[in-house]
Design a protein around this ligand. Structure first.
Ligand code: KG4
Ligand code: ZN
Length: 354
């Protein structure tokens, strides 16, 4: 990350952010072979690829390491074996180069990821006050939360899942139906093959007075449905949607995917919109892996238009996990007064709160 020197540190302005390089070494194939994420396998892959990925990111940016002002690293939350690899590598880089280290919360990365697009269009740091208060829905594989942002610095979590995260529910439903990993894109793709369905799944906690979510009941309802229909599901040998095309159960599986996705989208959209009304929000943002879902994006586009709210979405490649969003969050952290910590004091924290 190269610091934007013209940014005004004392105000809640948006920094101008330019992404010089963004490198993702996907582990999807590796995890697909295992039917999900195995922490040790993930960490070994992190160890193998972290150096080549950082080297490529520097090369693509055409910067030399000594031109960097800060190194930002994900401190948590997440799987500790993978976090340790990133944090210890960044500490070593920081200590050996003398470049200050900035620990960043993974969820702050998701929270700020939709700001990247707007920041890149600014000619100079600007005060985009007209967007606030903003209600932010973060939907990933490990978290589901609603955050109210007063400005680019001050925010508060007002709701979260009490059990499974939204992405986790997509992944578990995919597994129940014998679809490949990662479940979200597979469920979403199969759902498009069903235009209508009579199957209706429950919408747990839709009318609870808070902004919390529960997805485990919805997942269990899908489990009961698959048991009723007596599928021959093989969870150990997931099948690609293409290979399933000539199977009789394709139609019913597509209906289940659509009914599940409709329920999940309904819950997420209705609760987020209610929060937007209560907090008199001027805009809504959605981020995290599930925000890549087409049906979810379409629903938010319609609802925001109806309610005269601006909608912020992460740009391409910024929904699912990536390092660019950590750079974006770091730029906002710096403009909002974050101070460097001694690298040796930065500790990976699997349960770090937003
Ligand atoms: O944010 P992310 O990359 O990782 C975490 O921080 O957890 O989110 C991954 C999650 C997975 O559960 C994946 O199935 C889900 O995001 N996901 C989707 C879609 N693409 C990824 N869920 C629904 N529809 C999608 N198109
Ligand atoms: Zn994530």
């Amino acid at each position: 990350m190269s610091r934007n020197k013209s940014a005004d540190k004392n105000t809640l302005y948006w920094p101008k952010i330019q992404t010089l390089s963004s490198v993702i070494k996907s582990q999807i194939k590796l995890h697909a072979n295992m039917g999900g994420v195995v922490p040790e396998v993930a960490a070994r892959a992190h160890l193998k690829y972290i150096r080549p990925v950082v080297t490529k990111a520097l090369k693509d940016s055409k910067l030399k390491i000594e031109q960097l002002d800060y190194i930002a690293v994900t401190q948590g939350p997440g799987l500790i074996p993978s976090l340790l690899v990133g944090v210890e590598f960044a500490k070593m880089l920081s200590l050996s180069s003398g470049i200050p280290l900035l620990p960043i919360n993974h969820m702050a990365g998701h929270l700020y990821s939709p700001f990247g697009g707007m920041s890149s269009k600014l000619s100079s740091p600007s005060n985009l006050k007209f967007l606030f208060p903003m209600i932010c829905l973060i939907v990933s594989g490990g978290h589901t939360m609603i955050v109210v942002m007063e400005n680019t610095k001050n925010y508060k979590v007002i709701g979260r899942t009490v059990d499974d995260a939204a992405g986790e529910a997509f992944d578990k439903v995919a597994k129940l139906l014998g679809l490949p990993y990662p479940g979200g894109p597979a469920v979403s793709k199969l759902a498009t093959k069903s235009k209508t369905t009579n199957i209706v799944f429950p919408r747990p906690m839709l009318h609870s007075k808070d902004y919390n979510f529960s997805f485990s009941g919805l997942k269990t309802a899908v489990l009961y449905k698959t048991q009723d229909l007596k599928f021959k599901i093989s969870a150990t040998a997931p099948m690609s949607i293409g290979a399933m095309a000539d199977r009789k159960d394709l139609k019913i599986k597509a209906e289940i995917c659509k009914a599940f996705q409709d329920a999940a989208v309904d819950i997420l959209a209705i609760k987020t919109l209610r929060a937007a009304k209560e907090y008199k929000a001027k805009s809504i943002s959605i981020s995290g892996g599930v925000s890549a879902n087409n049906a979810l994006q379409k629903r938010f586009e319609q609802d925001c238009k109806k309610n005269k709210l601006k909608l912020l979405l992460p740009g391409k490649g910024l929904s699912t996990d990536n390092a660019e969003m950590i750079g974006i969050a770091a730029a906002f952290a710096l403009i909002n007064g974050a101070r460097q910590t001694s690298p040796t004091k930065v500790i990976a924290d699997p349960n770090l709160e937003l």
